[in-house]
Design a protein around this ligand. Structure first.
Ligand code: PMP
Length: 376
């Protein structure tokens, strides 16, 4: 039996998503912009999907914009806000542990002359709202914090920070990369006090190539892709009805069970960690209060890539860190205070609520064997 513990990289599409996608490909194939009935049916499917996703985060349908994924959503949020406000203001504040799609976008804007302040966790490994507030000033366009870190599962104090920032600087745009929290923890626009939120389909058992940017009514964002004025002009390009339908069906399926699955995940993580403690040389990098969907550990002395391929030979699939970086070190673990030696041997285990104890047992046995057989 193979064990797939790399759900933070991508998830297996659920049956409902695949069915909806196929139906849109084979039957509801119209262009939503066409004025005839075939087009209208496609438009209705997109409208329905927009409503489902809006409801899932407490937003209005008119505030949901479909994109090709969270990378595009993050790019649109930053570049769009900077295009709108960048003449008057120059500062961007982000956490130092953001996904590349935020961090590299900030770097690109930095090269264009903007000032980027990156906030690191303190020595205790935690982020504090105060540090973000102190970095903001009247010259700040946007502040961005991810909800859940994709490497460690650390849950950021997003709501608390954004609320405090808004109190002092109501004009600063608050953006949250919600990808690793969506459908796992409750993501709600009011709770997060977010003006913009990025989401991705393939992390929630839908399919790759579709994402969302929530933009609160009244927030100005200049389009970065121009053309036929789809998505109210914010993101031109014919809507991918199959991918959008798949996304909404997965959200419809998983929305009602967020809490139940979270409870189950806490149990799975507890079991995983207790079994890990049986193996010498394993240390857990994820903090206790992190999202139970991601557990980062170090197999001390064994290089991540070597362990990854050892486990792969046993049909156990994990990640050495952030899969998007293809094994390239992101430096995020070090920022969280993990020693470089441990970061070099880090493994990310990301389960789902469907993970069974038997799968954890298979992983543990494979890891134990790896610890014995791989030379340090
Ligand atoms: N943000 C985070 C936190 C992620 O984990 C990912 C996916 N690795 C992305 C953004 C990018 O999402 P997508 O693959 O939809 O572009």
């Amino acid at each position: 039996m193979s064990v797939y513990f790399d759900n933070a990289s991508t998830t297996k599409p659920c049956e409902e998503a695949v069915k909806a996608m196929l139906r849109a490909v084979t039957e509801n194939f119209g262009n939503p912009s066409s004025l005839h009935r075939v087009g209208l049916n496609a438009q209705l499917a997109v409208d329905e999907a927009r409503k489902i996703i809006a409801d899932s985060i407490g937003a209005d349908g008119g505030e949901i914009y479909f994109t090709s994924g969270a990378t595009e959503s993050n790019n649109l949020a930053f570049r769009g806000a900077v295009s709108a406000y960048g003449r008057r203001k120059h500062r961007i504040v982000i956490s130092a542990v953001e996904h590349h799609s935020v961090d590299e976008t900030a770097t690109a804007l930095e090269k264009q002359g903007l000032e980027v302040i990156r906030i690191s966790p303190r020595a205790d490994g935690n982020f504090y709202a105060e540090d973000f507030i102190n970095a903001c000033n009247e010259d700040t366009i946007i502040i961005s914090m991810m909800y859940v870190n994709n490497e460690t599962g650390y849950i950021m104090p997003v709501g608390e920070t954004f609320r405090a920032v808004k109190k002092i600087f109501p004009e600063i745009i608050t953006h949250c990369d919600g990808v690793q929290g969506y459908m796992k923890l409750s993501v709600n626009v009011k709770m997060l006090s977010a003006d913009m939120i990025s989401l991705s389909g393939h992390k929630v058992h839908a399919v790759k190539g579709v994402g969302v940017l929530f933009v609160k009514k009244g927030v100005r964002v200049i389009p970065q892709i121009t053309g036929g004025n789809q998505e109210k002009g914010l993101r031109s390009g014919t809507e991918s009805v199959p991918l959008i339908s798949a996304f909404s069906k997965a959200v419809e399926k998983y929305s009602p069970t967020i809490e139940k699955r979270y409870e189950k995940m806490l149990e799975s993580r507890k079991y995983l960690i207790s079994r890990l403690s049986e193996i010498d040389g394993i240390s857990v990098n994820s903090p206790e209060n992190s999202s139970p969907y991601i557990v980062n550990i170090s197999a001390v002395g064994k290089r991540s890539e070597i362990m990854l391929h050892f486990l792969e030979n046993k049909e156990v699939y994990i990640s050495s860190g952030s899969a998007c970086s293809k094994g390239k070190k992101s430096g995020v673990l070090e920022k969280f205070g993990i020693k470089p030696k441990n970061a070099d041997s880090a493994i990310r285990i990301s389960m789902t609520a469907e993970t069974e104890q038997g799968e954890i047992d298979i992983f543990i046995e494979a890891l134990r064997e790896g610890m014995e057989k791989i030379r340090s």
